[in-house]
Design a protein around this ligand. Structure first.
Ligand SMILES: CNc1ncnc2c1ncn2[C@@H]1O[C@H](COP(=O)(O)O)[C@@H](O)[C@H]1O
Ligand SMILES: [Zn+2]
Length: 366
């Protein structure tokens, strides 16, 4: 019991890099409940109906996507988008995430006077209103990059988190809407947007619909990450591997041949243990494909996916790796440090992160 507590605390103190976190999947339960209550009071929803859903039980893949529909009803107005962004960044910073790539789907919502651009402006406003920690969003802030990182577990006012944004294409979108998202990412590249993600319900949509947008992003030199193999869609898995994006999420349902191809391509994988076990992408923690990739020294990084939806945290994901696969503190530290090499941010920021890990390494592993 004591050992578990000590290990959990160590995982919180470990500086961490989060590369796969969906904004709306990372919202605090307390905020969702508060928003549901407000909408309930206005008569827009029946609070009692959604309360149990938010407090969660089932989290199968179809249930997750029904829940996202509810989340989007709760969160989609500009002020709420700003609020949840602020809170999500604070939550990651408080558990010593030092570099965070948040991904989110820019949304058009005529009823709220929202365009994809105004949605993203609301997200960026949220990043700027974080007070609890220092958020470093723009490369032009490089002077701030030289300031020392907080001491671990020390004065939270001095904590600092580097945040970058990825724009998600939702699989429900048309080719034109997907292209809009890529063009928006290009327009906003000086405002912290550094990549494109393809996500959404894996049983919806066709690869060919998004391909023109993904190719456009590739031509523009925008890094891409793709949700791959959440379900066993053989043609799509093959097409995604052929496309060879900079990173892949999940890679759950790959057959032997695809597995071999993934390993030969050495595409870094965003591993989401809790998410995969809950949605059935992996049979159990013990049988999760993390072990195979880790033993093969395949590039990978631990991620949360949807920390709110799955009631997890990045520290918890590291703890699960220790408790399930027996990794030592030195091995966990190495895992966290290696993730620096897979960030979409540029070389200067990578150098700052490498320095940071070197600074705290000895203290944490001896
Ligand atoms: C569980 N595994 C998953 N697989 C695929 N897509 C997922 C996902 N979890 C989240 N999303 C994607 O992220 C959106 C919510 O955040 P944003 O509104 O973009 O901030 C979901 O609607 C879905 O498109
Ligand atoms: Zn995801």
């Amino acid at each position: 019991m004591e050992a578990e507590k000590e290990m959990r605390e160590w995982c919180v103190a470990l500086p961490k890099v989060e590369l796969h976190a969906h904004l709306n999947g990372s919202v605090r339960d307390s905020t969702l409940l508060e928003l549901a209550k407000q909408l309930g009071d206005k008569g827009d929803i029946v609070f009692e109906d959604v309360k149990d859903v938010i407090m969660k039980n089932g989290r199968s893949l179809p249930e997750c996507f029904r829940l996202f529909e509810l989340y989007h009803i709760l969160t989609t107005d500009h002020d709420t988008v700003t609020r949840i962004t602020k809170e999500v960044v604070e939550d990651f910073a408080m558990e010593n995430v030092v570099y965070l790539e948040i991904r989110t789907t820019p949304k058009n919502n005529e009823a709220k006077g929202m365009t994809k651009r105004s949605y993203m402006n609301a997200v960026i406003k949220g990043l700027k209103t974080v007070e609890a920690v220092e958020v470093v969003l723009f490369d032009s802030n490089s002077r701030a990059d030289k300031t020392p990182m907080s001491e671990l577990g020390g004065d939270t006012r001095k904590m600092k988190i580097y945040v970058r944004l990825l724009l998600s294409i939702d699989r429900r979108e048309t080719t034109l809407a997907a292209l809009d998202t890529v063009n928006l990412a290009m327009e906003m590249k000086d405002q912290g947007v550094i990549g494109i993600d393809l996500s959404g319900n894996p049983v919806v949509g066709e690869w060919e619909t998004y391909l023109p947008a993904l190719e456009h992003a590739k031509e523009l030199g925008i890094p891409i990450t793709i949700h791959c193999g959440e379900v066993a869609n053989r043609n799509e898995i093959r097409a995604v591997l052929d496309f060879c994006p900079q990173r892949l999420g999940h890679v759950c349902c790959l057959n032997d041949e695809e597995w071999k191809k993934l390993k030969s391509l050495m595409i870094p994988v965003e591993i989401c243990l809790t998410s995969n076990v809950m949605t059935g992408g992996a049979p159990s923690l013990e049988l999760h494909h993390f072990a195979d990739l880790y033993n093969a020294k395949h590039p990978l990084s631990l991620c949360t996916d949807d920390s709110g939806l799955f009631s997890t945290s990045l520290s918890n994901e590291y703890y699960l790796v220790a408790s399930t696969f027996g990794l030592s503190k030195a091995e966990l530290f190495q895992l966290a440090q290696d993730a620096v090499e897979f960030v979409f941010a540029g070389d200067e920021l990578k150098r700052s992160l490498r320095e940071l890990f070197e600074r705290v390494g000895k203290e944490l592993t001896t």
